[in-house]
Design a binder for this molecule. Structure first.
Ligand code: SF4
Length: 408
């Protein structure tokens, strides 16, 4: 895979050594068991795959290079480039302003932009409407477009399904930049509706089966269907695509459920299901697949707790947290600073959407076994800082340099 030029501060010699060693020993990436960092009194199990993905490194390289190559020019990012506060703040410190927040609310009105300004499109891509607005101002967005190729692949898949006269069901978070962009691209080719989860999918299926009144669709799915969506006609042939960072098992379950609904409603079989349901495999990206598979590998380990590092608004990171929570006390932190001391940790509660303090997060036993991973937008240097901090709490721990020797 292409190597990108990202600021050295984001890299970690420790993590790079571990990743390289694992790659050498497992070129086909079939082994999802974690790497053990054995400090003695604390054992840290590091996921086989975690951290910056292709799309994030590409976006970081383009953004920092754009700043370097254009001194004196006004540079904007359409919204957060990736969902990581450290990286976004670094760009802000270099004079880059954000035009919108992550929900699409304007921070700087487009009326303040002029043709000579630079606008960087983030890795999630953007909507056709925003693209058109920026182009009408004279901004050359294609020059600074960091849209991830794996997101574009979803748009292409939706287009291919649309060409065969299927409507599109997008499994994604309606407020997420990527899903808004995918929805916009899909809606230009085919009637499109978004479902967030299985609960919404079951409700959508009731409209397919004509168990609910047509008018309820427009209330229940308000803001989630394309203009002119005809619920009676447009749910007769469907295909599913998804936001690249959803939970793989959720997307699979949603696609299987809708497929069965079509089989029952139209008395079909596996042989002729394509009459009503486009046979698409999920459109998760490789990084989501690898990072989630690596968490399943972590969960097979006997441990006391799990720590997941990443931006609180990062979709891919939050799914890693959900997986870990199924088995272990799990702490979702954005940096090592949130581990306040050996007793107290500040962490994000996904379900309450609030920051919590937990006391005595480390058990009184030896060795303490900790699972550790991070999202696709989290620099490895942040993970190394977490490892250093955790190991510092255990007197008599092996120095990190000794632990590293095994991986060099
Ligand atoms: S998570 Fe996947 S789709 Fe998103 S930026 Fe990374 S590689 Fe691209």
């Amino acid at each position: 895979m292409k190597k990108f030029n990202v600021p050295i501060d984001y890299r970690s010699p420790l993590v790079s050594a571990i990743k390289n060693k694992r790659k050498q020993n497992d070129k086909l990436k079939k082994d999802f068991t974690p790497s053990l960092l054995d400090f003695g009194n604390v054992q840290i199990y590091l996921a086989r795959h975690f951290g910056f993905c292709y799309g994030v490194e590409n976006a970081i390289e383009i953004s920092f290079k754009t700043v370097e190559d254009n001194p004196g020019k006004k540079i904007y990012l359409l919204s957060e480039m990736i969902h990581n506060p450290l990286v976004n703040n670094d760009l802000k410190k270099r004079g880059v302003d954000f035009l919108m927040d992550t929900k699409g609310n304007m921070i700087v009105p487009f009326s303040k932009l002029s043709a000579g300004d630079i606008v960087i499109v983030p890795a999630f891509g953007t909507t056709l409407q925003i693209e058109a607005q920026l182009k009408s101002i004279g901004i050359e967005i294609e020059k600074y477009d960091t849209t991830c190729p794996f997101v574009e692949k979803v748009w292409n898949r939706a287009e291919a399904i649309a060409k065969n006269n299927y409507s599109i069901v997008v499994h994604g978070k309606p407020q997420h930049e990527e899903t808004r962009a995918t929805f916009s691209h899909s809606a230009q080719n085919s009637p499109t509706v978004i479902v967030t989860d299985m609960t919404e999918t079951i409700e959508l299926a009731k409209f397919i089966k004509r168990e609910k009144s047509v008018k309820d669709f427009y209330i229940e799915f308000a803001g989630k269907f394309s203009e002119g969506f005809n619920v009676e006609k447009d749910l007769q042939r469907i295909g599913v695509v998804n936001q690249t960072t959803m939970l793989a098992s959720d997307t699979q379950a949603i696609a299987d459920y809708l497929k069965n609904v079509m089989i029952e409603k139209y008395h079909l079989t596996e042989n002729n299901i394509e009459e009503r349901f486009a046979d698409t495999r999920d459109t998760l990206c490789y990084a989501t697949y690898e990072n989630q598979s690596a968490v399943y590998g972590l969960l097979d380990t006997e441990a006391d707790l799990a720590i997941v590092v990443g931006g609180y608004n990062s979709s891919n990171t939050s799914h890693l947290v959900e997986l870990c929570e199924e088995k272990f006390p799990t702490y979702f932190i954005k940096s090592a600073d949130e581990i306040l001391n050996s007793k107290e940790i500040k962490h994000f509660n996904l379900h309450k959407k609030s920051i919590m303090d937990t006391i005595s997060f480390l058990p009184e036993k030896k060795p303490v076994k900790i699972l550790l991973t991070s999202g696709a937008s989290c620099p490895d240097a942040v993970v190394e800082a977490v490892i250093r901090k955790l190991s510092s709490f255990f007197k008599g721990s092996k120095p990190i340099e000794d632990v590293m020797k095994e991986f060099v």
